[in-house]
Design a protein around this ligand. Structure first.
Ligand code: ZN
Length: 311
């Protein structure tokens, strides 16, 4: 059993937590997903890697102290001696972008959605709402993405047209989902995770509606047999994404109905409103109560502009 609570906490408090973790014990596990696409697991978000004759492209880069181990693991695949030419960030959280600085210093070009760069540059607050807010420190200049995009960007390497597509308000406001069409693999970032109820960074522009939209768009657009790399957890299928999206819709509807009938968050918690989903999804960190809080804040957030789709 993996430390899901710890993972989720890292996702929130990466800057601080990174110093508390003993990275010397972390080993990088490499799994071939399909074609020349590999998944790397260590600590933090899953990494996807396209490893081929043109060099290496990685999606997300975990933590700075792991960069050497990640580079060594990529070399050990034995396909190429060429370096990591591009890093694509799926969102700004430190457990997905912590390696930006060492990789950029080593010559990689970091690519991300506009809002990822903004949030890394300024730092600020992250979290579910008043019940859980974390301070994120500004990232050093060398860690900032050099190339940013608004809607989408494509990297043409290793015979792949690697496409990163922005979903505007899911896990955060700067999410990218990255598709490798030739190998038929997608990296979902934290719009799809396997640790139970998801962490949604409502303070940084995330919303449950946006997460549902991202999952449904992927399910509608991608081949039915696409191999799915979640932000955290094991390689999955499109059926898993659909099931997760259904849970998001059903739990949202339950909270929406309770809001409409005038119930407070505390009443929803007391009544165990999400009981039908808890056995499968309630985690040690994003508990049933915290997910009620997340859904309530997401569905009632007046500060957020009306939910906009631009895909
Ligand atoms: Zn995250």
């Amino acid at each position: 059993m993996r430390g899901f609570a710890f993972l989720a906490l890292l996702c929130l408090a990466a800057g601080l937590m990174a110093q508390d973790q003993d990275f010397s014990k972390v080993q990088i596990k490499v799994t071939k997903v399909s074609g020349n696409i590999y998944m790397l697991e260590g600590s933090g978000g899953n990494i996807a890697a396209s490893v081929g004759e043109d060099g290496i492209v990685i999606v997300d880069d975990q933590y700075a102290p792991l960069a050497d181990k990640i580079a060594t693991a990529l070399k050990a695949i034995g396909v190429t001696d060429k370096p990591v030419r591009f890093v694509i960030n799926t969102h700004y959280h430190g457990d997905h972008t912590g390696g930006n600085l060492p990789f950029a210093t080593g010559g990689s070009t970091v690519i991300a959605q506009d809002n990822v760069r903004k949030r890394l540059e300024t730092g600020g607050k992250a979290g579910i709402g008043p019940v859980m807010t974390m301070e994120q420190k500004p990232a050093p200049k060398g860690a900032l993405p050099i190339i940013t995009f608004d809607h989408d960007v494509t990297v043409h390497l290793n015979g792949e047209d690697i496409r990163a597509l922005h979903f505007p308000a899911g896990h955060t406001d700067g999410d990218a989902i990255v598709f490798f069409p030739k190998a038929n693999v997608v990296h979902m970032g934290d719009d799809f995770v396997r640790y139970g109820y998801p962490f949604i960074d409502v303070i940084a522009g995330g919303s449950v509606q946006g997460m549902i939209d991202a999952c449904d768009k992927v399910a509608a657009l991608l081949p039915v047999d696409v191999k799915v790399i979640p932000g955290h957890g094991q390689i999955s299928t499109l059926a898993d994404v659909r099931e997760y999206s259904l849970m998001l819709k059903e739990t949202s509807a339950a909270v929406q109905a309770a809001i409409k009938s005038g119930k407070t968050v505390d009443q929803m918690k007391k009544e165990k409103l999400l009981a039908p989903w808890d056995a499968k999804y309630s985690g040690k960190f994003i508990t049933s109560d915290l997910f009620i809080e997340t859904l309530y804040n997401s569905l009632t957030n007046q500060k957020n502009a009306p939910f906009v789709k631009h895909n």
